[in-house]
Design a protein around this ligand. Structure first.
Ligand code: X2X
Length: 333
């Protein structure tokens, strides 16, 4: 009799545990622009995998690539996350800058020259200020990843100077700063989403585009007539792992910590992965017959000079504190 009671108590206990587990099991949406064929999508998937593993299946992050949760309009991702339409995202500073002007910092032409400059900003005071700006707008930023230094390609000719860009139609992201940069360079910038970019290159509606080597490589941009690739490291867009504030507040503290640590681990993993692949990607791109143009110091300086007005115009929108922190960071030897 006693034993029977014990068994039924145990059974009830097990049922209760199962119920709690189901009650606690949660799924969240994560938006990205690029799929897991690219480092960007892999960053989000890594985050999802780590969270799933560390929560023993209790928390599922479901990744929705190709900006599909905002019908392909990547510059709406931040607003959609803020309104709660999207729970989380791994997003580019470029795409969020229409809503978070401070993030234009990373799009300033020729502010950063290399990975060390980028890290000095994101890992220092600049990174803290950028995260504070995001937080102020109702989103909780957790960690950095990266899309990478953006290089310029076109179908017409080797571009070595601003004069070579004269009149070339260049697809740029739907962020006003890019319009200014390419106008200052004498090109003819056309804003469109990534979803529209490849078709526009295919038909020749535009002559060129700018994206990191990983994107050029994986999306096979060489196959849509982009024969010339200028390595100019004119800017880099970091990725940010982030969560809607209400979703965040509703989570138990332990889950927040789990999610946040997993984001930092996934970001670190993706940054390494992305950087380590650079040399091979460039070799593959050359192998496919793309002419790669490397600039001398003097050639690069001409681009820097031509775009100086863009930094001047945008610095006030980014804010003095962030501009100062970034300028100090890149001045470090
Ligand atoms: O649209 C682009 O060029 C891309 C994929 O790099 C971004 O989303 C910033």
């Amino acid at each position: 009799m006693k034993l029977k009671r014990l068994f039924s108590a145990l059974a009830a206990g097990a049922a209760l545990t199962a119920l709690c587990a189901t009650a606690q099991a949660r799924e969240y949406s994560v938006s990205t622009v690029l799929s897991d064929a690219f480092p960007w999508g892999q960053a989000a998937q890594k985050w999802a995998d780590l969270v799933n593993e560390r929560s023993e299946g209790r928390i599922t992050l479901r990744v929705y690539p190709n900006a599909q949760l905002v019908a392909g309009d990547q510059t709406k991702e931040f607003s959609a996350m803020r309104s709660g339409l999207i729970d989380m995202a791994v997003g580019s500073t470029i795409n969020w800058s229409p809503q978070v002007p401070e993030l234009n910092l990373f799009s300033l032409p020729f502010l950063m020259q290399n990975d060390a400059d980028l890290d000095a900003i994101t890992q220092g005071e600049g990174g803290k200020l950028a995260f504070a700006a995001i937080e102020q707008r109702g989103i909780v930023p957790l960690a950095w990843g990266e899309n990478g230094f953006r290089q310029l390609s076109n179908s017409a000719k080797p571009v070595r100077s601003p004069a070579d860009l004269a009149g070339l139609k260049i697809r740029v992201v739907g962020s006003p700063l890019f319009q200014d940069t390419f106008t200052a360079l004498g090109a003819n910038p056309t804003q469109m989403s990534w979803a529209d970019a490849k078709p526009a290159l295919t038909t020749g509606a535009v002559d060129g585009q700018e994206n990191p080597l990983s994107v050029f490589d994986v999306a096979r941009i060489d196959q849509v007539g982009q024969k010339y690739l200028t390595l100019w490291n004119y800017m880099a867009d970091p990725l940010i792992f982030a969560v809607n504030q209400r979703v965040w507040k509703a989570m138990p503290e332990a889950d927040r910590e789990l999610l946040s640590q997993a984001a930092r681990d996934a970001g670190k993993w993706e940054i390494e992965l992305s950087r380590n692949a650079q040399a091979q990607r460039l070799a593959d791109i050359r192998e496919r017959g793309v002419e790669v143009i490397e600039l001398s110091e003097a050639e690069r300086a001409a681009f820097v000079e031509a775009t100086a007005s863009v930094q001047e115009k945008w610095a006030p929108r980014i804010g003095d504190a962030l501009m100062d922190a970034a300028r100090k960071a890149v001045a470090q030897p």
